[in-house]
Design a protein around this ligand. Sequence first.
Ligand code: ADP
Ligand code: ZN
Length: 742
Amino acid sequence: MPDVAEILIPLALDTAYSYVVPEGLRLAEGDVVQVPLGPRETVGVVWGLAQTAGGSNLRPVTGRVDAPPLSEPLRRLVDWIARYTLAPKGSALAMVLRLPDEAAARETARVGVRVSGKAPTRATPARRKVLEAAADGALHGKSALAKAAGVSLSVVDGLIDDGALEAVAVEPEAVAPPPDPDHPRVPLSDAQEAAALELIAGPGKALASPGEGNARVSGSALQPVEPAAPGPVLLEGVTGSGKTEVYFEAVAHCVRAGRQALILMPEIALTAQFLDRFAARFGVRPAAWHSGVGGRRRERLRAAVAAGEARVVVGARSALFLPFRQLGLIVVDEEHESAYKQEDGVHYHARDMAVVRGRLEGCPVVLASATPSIESRVNAERGRYRHVRLPERFGGRRLPDIRAIDMRLDGPERGRFLSPPLINAIKANLAAGEQSLLFLNRRGYAPLTLCRACGHRYRCRNCSTWLVEHRFRKALVCHQCGYAEPRPQACTECGTFDNLTACGPGVERIAEEVSELFPDRRIIVLSSDFPGGAERLRMELDAVAAGECDIVVGTQLVAKGHNFPHLTLVGVLDADIGLTSGDPRAAERTFQLLQQVTGRAGRGERPGRALVQTYQPTHPVIAALLSGDAERFYAEEVAAREAAGLPPFGRLAALIVSAAEREAAEAQGQALARVAEPPPGAMVLGPAEAPLALVRGRYRFRLLVKTERNVDLQSYLRDWLARAPKPRGSVRVAVDVDPQSF
Ligand code: ADP
Ligand code: ZN
C-alpha cells in the first residue's frame, strides 16, 4: 500500500495533485518537493498524506528540495487566502514560495564598488571626489560612496562605466547579531509606558501594579516573560505621539520571549531613517525585506527567518509570507495605507491577512496609525480589536495649527498655483531659517496637455487616461501603463507649432514656480518618478530629515511616516483633488492623507502650522481637518457607511471583466449578470464601464456585489462564477474581494 502525497504546485491551480511517495522517502506535510508535471519537473509542497489501497498509476515524487518546510500556520494561511480571495490555491502558494518581483530584485541586487587602478578617461571635480573617497581600496556601497563624496549616484555609475571603479557583487552578509531588547534607550513618557504595557499585557494591566518598578516595560525586570496577549490591537496615536517607540516595546517583549517579530510597512516608509531608529533602540539594524533585496541575499534571509535566526524583520507587504519559525508579533505600521492592498494577481489586503496570520500563529497583531481605516476603527469600537490610544504628541509638542486659504477670495495670479498668503508664510518661514513642505498629490508637470489651436487633448493610446507632461523627461507619460512619447514641437493633430498648453499643476510645475519665487533657496522635489530610483529617493529623504534643504515639493510620498524635525510649515496646494471622485472611500482617503501630511509639521523643537488651499472650506472633510476634530469625522463617516450598508457593515466584491475588444468584455459582463441570481441580502450591480475603462489596451467592465454581513460572499461568488460561461479568447474575469475603490 503506497503512501500518496497531495502536492500543491505554485501555479494557477485550484487543487493539489496526487503523487506516490517512493519507498524510502519519508515525507511530512509542508515539505518542499520536486515532482514531475507533464514533461517537466516542478517544485511543490506536501499538502496532505494518505494511504491508498491497491496499486495506482500515479507518478512518484522525485525527491525533497533543500528548502525550509512550510509550517502549519503558513499552509493554513495559503488555504485561507485562496478561500477568501477566490484566487487559485496554487497562486496563493506562489506568494509564499517564490515571492514576487524576484527577477526585478535580482537586477537591483546590491553591488559594492572599489577602485580598479585604471585612471578615468575624464576627471571632473565630482569624479575626483568619488575617487578620493574610495582611495582606501576597500569595497564601498554605491550610495554610501556617493554620499561620502557629496555627489549623485550617477557620478559613481559613470565611473563604473568608465572602468575607474569596478563593481563587485557583495556576498550575502551573515545575519546580523540579534536585536538586544535591553539595549540602553531613551526613557518612555508615562503615556507611552502605559500604552506599551497595555499593548503587551492586555487591558487593565497597566494599572495592576501602580508605581512598582517591575511593572514597567522599559527595564528588563519582566524576565522571564510570558508571550504578549494575542489578538489584534489598534494603536491609534496622533502624528508625533511616539507610536514607534511604543510598539518597539512590544517588539522587545517578543524578542525577550524568544520569538520573532515582523514589522510591516508601506514600501516607501522603509527608510534608512527607520532602520537607524530601530538600531538606536535595539543596538543593531533589523533584517529588511523589500523589492530591493535581491538574489542570494534574499535566499539567505529567507533561510535565516525559517531557522529563527532573523529575530526581527522589517518589510513591505510580501514579508507577510516569510516562513517564520516562531512568530510572536506582527506590527502593521500605517495600517490605513492603501499600498497594503495588492491589486493584481492575488488581490489581497496585507493588513487583513496579517490579522489572519496572527490568529493562525496565536500571536498579537498591532495595527498602528494616526488615521486608522474606518474598518479598524469600527472593529475597535465594537470590541473586536483592543484599542490603545496616544492622544497627545510626545514631549508636550503641539499638533500643527491648521488654517484654510479660501481660494475663491485669496487665489493666486493667473497661471500660478501658490496663493499670496501661502507665499508670505513661506517667506516668513525662510526668514526664520525653518523648512517648508509644499504638498500636491500629482506627479509630473501638468496633468493635461492640449493644443490651443485645435483643442486636441493628448491621451494614452492604451488607456482611458490623459497623458501627463513630465519636464524632467521631456515626455508625455501615462500614469496608468507607463506609455510615454516625446513632447511634440508641433501638435500631432493640426500641425501648429508651439501651441501646446500645460493645463493644471503637477509637482514639477510647483517646483518651477517656487524656484522662480525663491531663486537662491535649496529646493528638493520628491515624487516616485524622481530620477535615480529608490536608492536616490532614500538619500533625498534623509537629506530633508537632516535639514539640508529649505523647501520640499512633494507628492503623497512625503506625506507619510517620515520624521522631518526641521519642518514647521506645510502648504497643501489643492486639498480638493481627492474630494470630487465618486468613490465612497474618497472622503476617508482625503482626510487621512491631509491629516498625515499636515502632521509632518512641528515634530521637532519648534511648533508647526499648515495652510490648506481649498475652494470648499466648509466641506465636512476640510472642516474636520481644520477643527482637528477627527472623532466627529469618524462618527459621521461610520454612520454614513452603516446607512449605506457599505464595508465594514456590509460586504463588497468586484468582478472586473477585461478583454482586448470592448464588445467581448461587455458581452462577458452581461453573461455574468444574466446568471447572477443573488441570494437574499445580496445585490449585483452592473456591468458598467470600470472607472478606468481602458488599461494597457484592455477594455474593462465591472460588476459590483454588495451583500449584508451575514451572507457568505465567497460561496456565492464561487457558485456564480461556476454558472457563468467560461471566458474565451482574450477575456479575463478577475475577482477583487473588498475592493479599495468602488
Ligand atoms: P509617530 O509614529 O506617532 O508619529 P514617532 O514615534 O515618530 O511618532 O515619534 C515622534 C518623535 O518623538 C520622534 O522624533 C521621536 O524620536 C520622538 N520620541 C518619541 N518618543 C520618545 C521618547 N520616549 N524619548 C525621546 N524622544 C521620543
Ligand atoms: Zn496608458
